[in-house]
Design a protein around this ligand. Structure first.
Ligand SMILES: NC(=O)c1ccc[n+]([C@@H]2O[C@H](COP(=O)([O-])OP(=O)(O)OC[C@H]3O[C@@H](n4cnc5c(N)ncnc54)[C@H](O)[C@@H]3O)[C@@H](O)[C@H]2O)c1
Length: 254
């Protein structure tokens, strides 16, 4: 897909990888709508890069439908969706205080998995009625974000790993279902990326995690993630697959 001129939606665009992706796509000439629950921050980012800010809680059907309808009325039907909204609270299944509260597990599934599905369903429903962009019949591309935790999570990541594992499982399923509409579906599984999500961890934990990366021995940058999104959008043969972006890290049990 040629990115220039395409209407695009980026969830979780107020911060980290979503913000970097929104910046890169805007700089490449896409008409980007930033969807995030943090209203003040997306407005600030959108004003900076010249994009559209749309407050949205990805867990809510109506909130997603309203945001995507508003994006469509300004920029046209989205051809690109990048699903970056996510949360990563750590908690053991059974900790010092007893069993993990069920609501906390459900909340992570709700934001990470159901939020991703919510955006996919609304975006794809609008896009399937649009004209294809090329002779192959491509109409659009969806990029989801899982995590290496989908494959080897760490202690305290039961909810997070479960949500990301489900996004991995959804990838080929959605790619097959949406192939008749010419919509490709890909997922990126990042390792350790320097974003506010990771900065929430103590410095010592961040250093020790960075040391576990075989090469390069550092945290990844949100821009490296955005560059992979760009490549996926442009490379039509990529479909239904999960790409690790992790410097060969394989997370240790603790
Ligand atoms: N940073 C890492 O090392 C890392 C590694 C692997 C995967 N990931 C995943 O990458 C994605 C982006 O993470 P990041 O590191 O950029 O984090 P981040 O915390 O910087 O950004 C996440 C964004 O999601 C938004 N968000 C949270 N709940 C929302 C909701 N209900 N509705 C709408 N927006 C909501 C937040 O406001 C925030 O702007 C997440 O899915 C995360 O799980 C991050």
């Amino acid at each position: 897909m040629k990115i220039e001129g395409q209407p695009a939606l980026v969830t979780g665009a107020a911060s980290g990888m979503g913000e970097a992706t929104a910046r890169l796509l805007t700089s490449l000439g896409a008409n980007v709508s930033l969807l995030d629950i943090d209203e003040a921050k997306i407005q600030w980012t959108a004003d900076q890069i010249g994009a559209l800010a749309l407050p949205c809680d990805v867990t809510q059907a109506g909130s997603m439908e309203d945001a995507i309808a508003k994006a469509e009325s300004v920029n046209g039907v989205a051809r690109i969706l990048v699903n970056c909204a996510g949360i990563a609270p750590a908690k053991r299944i059974v900790g010092r205080d007893g069993a993990m509260p069920l609501e906390e597990f459900k909340r992570v599934i709700d934001v990470n998995l159901i939020g991703t599905f919510n955006a996919i369903r609304v975006m794809a429903a609008a896009l399937r009625n649009e004209a294809p962009l090329d002779e192959a019949g491509e109409r659009g591309v969806i990029v989801n974000v899982a995590s290496v935790s989908a494959f080897e999570g760490q202690i305290g990541q039961a909810a997070y790993s479960s949500s990301k594992g489900a996004i991995v499982a959804l990838t080929i399923q959605a790619a097959r279902e949406l192939s008749s509409a010419g919509i490709r579906v890909m997922t990126i599984a990042p390792g350790l990326i320097a974003t506010p999500m990771l900065f929430g961890m103590p410095d010592e934990v961040q250093r020790s995690l960075a040391n576990q990366v075989p090469f390069p021995k550092r945290l990844g940058s949100p821009d490296e993630f955005a560059q992979l999104v760009k490549h996926i959008l442009e490379n039509q043969l990529l479909n239904g697959e999960v790409i690790r972006l992790d410097g060969a890290i394989r997370m240790q049990p603790r």
